[in-house]
Structure formats: C-alpha cells, structure tokens
Write a new protein. Structure first.
Length: 181
C-alpha cells in the first residue's frame, strides 16, 4: 500500500541581478517563513493556508522588485521525494536548533568554573536567556515535521537557565567567614 503523498506549495521566482540587496532580503524572508530551496529559484513549504499566504505575499514583493514569481501547489512525482524534502526541512531546523544549543553552551562556559564569574558575564547571560527562548519558539513554529534537534536545543537552554540560577544564588548568599579551628 503506497503512502499518500504530501502536498507542497512551491514559490518559483526570478529576481533581476541588481540590486543585490533584493536577493538578500528575499533569502531572509524565505528563512523567516521556514521555506527550503528545492532548486536555486524554487522554494517549498508544506501546503497550508498560512504557507499560501506567505508565498503570495513574497511573490508580490518579488514582482514589486522587478522580478517574476508564481506560487503553485504540487505533488512530487519524479526526482525529489516527499521523504527527501521532509528531510531537508528537518536538516534546516536541526541546524537552527543546533545554533541555539551551541550559543547556550558558550554562554554557560562564560559563567561556569571554579571562580565566581564577572558580574557583566552574568548579566550578559541573564539577558541572553529570553532571546534564546524566543528563538527556540520561533524555530518551533517552523518545525513542520518534528526535527530531532529540538530536544537538545531545549535541554541546552534549560541547563543554561539552571546554571544561571545557581550562580546567582551563590552570589546572593552572604559570605560566612571561616572560623579558626
């Protein structure tokens, strides 16, 4: 019994060579909606109402910049398979989750160790935690198929939060002078 194929939305586009900033802007917007490239000028999203709205909006922006674009709904028949395209979405999300986990680990190193961390390092980590949490949530909204990197990313941020709480608790505890024995 064959598995029912997924429905995909494709944004097929062409932008003029200049100005180059239009290409950069388009790439950022495509990343923001979670699209992945099938080919250089073909982007894909799972077929949902939100994705259709995102691609229609992007097509209008491309046309306003002097390019050409159209959106179509597709079922993959030859070449790229549904599984390969899903894997591409998962790889993209895994990389994004991995970047969050890496940053959390780097921040943890700044405040861990035998010596008390500098106040500015603690403050920097305290300010970074909500940003990392927000980034995890943003990635989660684009994680259409449940990428494996989500859990390690969440664990890394949670461990950073726990470390920060321990460091701040140690700093707030009064220093008890050692009594001579």
């Amino acid at each position: 019994m064959a598995m029912e194929s997924l429905r995909w939305l494709l944004l097929i586009h062409q932008l003029p060579a200049s100005p180059a900033y239009e290409r950069v802007k388009l790439r950022r917007r495509l990343q923001a909606v979670g699209a992945v490239p099938v080919k250089k000028t073909v982007q894909a999203l799972p077929a949902t109402e939100d994705a259709l709205e995102d691609f229609q909006w992007l097509a209008k922006e491309i046309e306003a910049a002097g390019g050409e674009a159209f959106v179509c709904e597709a079922r993959l028949v030859e070449g790229v398979t549904d599984a390969q395209l899903r894997a591409l979405f998962d790889q993209t999300r895994d990389a994004e989750y991995g970047a969050v986990a890496t940053e959390a680990a780097q921040l943890a190193r700044q405040i861990s160790g035998k010596r008390a961390p500098q106040a500015d390092a603690v403050s920097s980590v305290r300010n970074a935690v909500p940003r990392l949490r927000k980034r995890l949530a943003e990635i989660g909204t684009l994680d259409f198929f449940g990428a494996n990197g989500r859990e390690p990313g969440e664990i890394a941020v949670r461990e950073l939060e726990e470390l920060l709480m321990r460091v701040e608790k140690r700093k707030s505890e009064p220093k008890v002078p050692e009594s001579p024995a």
